[in-house]
Design a protein around this ligand. Structure first.
Ligand SMILES: C[S@@+](CC[C@H](N)C(=O)[O-])C[C@H]1O[C@@H](n2cnc3c(N)ncnc32)[C@H](O)[C@@H]1O
Length: 219
């Protein structure tokens, strides 16, 4: 092919790309809007029915908002239960192009969580693993930019020490049932907060509105 027809072919392809881009963006927006509607309908239908130590909505919303605001994509949850927090996290990740690894020990809860992720339309954003987080979590390679720790409270410091080094700068490690006052029945909540606050390169605040959410950013 001589130079002129080759240039026209390139120009034609360029025009196709430029003209096609808005169409693609519009299609993606429509797909996300449909997913948003499905997740909202699922959460509305299930409101008040989460009875397996699941987070309250206000904490689910905070987890979702952290992910969307900071454009996090590499998420880990310790303690899936039946998937309420996982749904909020995966919903956030559907908007950032991310994925969640979530770990649960109880077979029945793990199976129910998987059904819930499917029903909410979010299964493709979740890698739900069944097993003991004491073994699974330290073996995960990372890196992560978002972590939600919500399994056995007496193991919180161990999860934090195993995973925080694998959190990227600017990433966040969140922990449920933590309070400045040490109430909320979270065993060693105050001692755990002391561990978070003694960690170099970590800035921790506590959102007390729901079940108590410690939010630790990595500098
Ligand atoms: C507070 S619930 C998690 C609630 C969940 N994040 C939600 O909001 O839907 C804690 C879960 O951690 C699980 N768990 C406790 N110890 C664990 C371990 N060693 N490995 C994995 N999961 C564990 C429990 O079976 C329980 O389902």
């Amino acid at each position: 092919m001589s130079l002129l027809p080759r240039l026209s072919a390139l120009a034609f392809l360029g025009a196709l790309t430029i003209l096609g881009a808005p169409t693609l963006l519009a299609r993606q927006a429509t797909t996300q809007a449909a997913l948003d509607a499905r997740v909202k309908a699922f959460l509305a239908e299930r409101a008040g029915t989460w009875r397996d130590l699941n987070v309250p909505d206000v904490d689910g919303q905070s987890l979702h908002d952290l992910i969307v605001e900071h454009r996090y994509t590499r998420a880990l949850e310790i303690g899936t239960s039946t998937g309420h927090s996982g749904i909020w996290i995966a919903w956030g990740l559907s908007k950032t192009g991310g994925r969640l690894i979530t770990v649960e020990l109880d077979e029945g809860r793990h199976a129910e969580a998987k059904r819930n992720f499917e029903a909410a339309g979010l299964a493709r954003y979740v890698d739900a693993r069944l097993g003991d987080a004491h073994a699974i979590v330290p073996a995960l390679e990372g890196p992560f930019d978002f972590v939600f720790s919500d399994a056995d409270k007496d193991w919180y410091p161990n999860y934090f020490r195993a995973v925080f080094p694998k959190v990227v700068k600017g990433g966040v490690f969140t922990t449920h049932n933590v309070s400045e006052a040490g109430r909320r029945g979270a065993m060693g909540s105050r001692e755990y907060l002391a561990v978070l606050r003694a960690t170099a390169g970590a800035d921790t605040t506590v959102d007390e509105r729901g079940g108590g959410l410690a939010i630790t950013f990595k500098r």
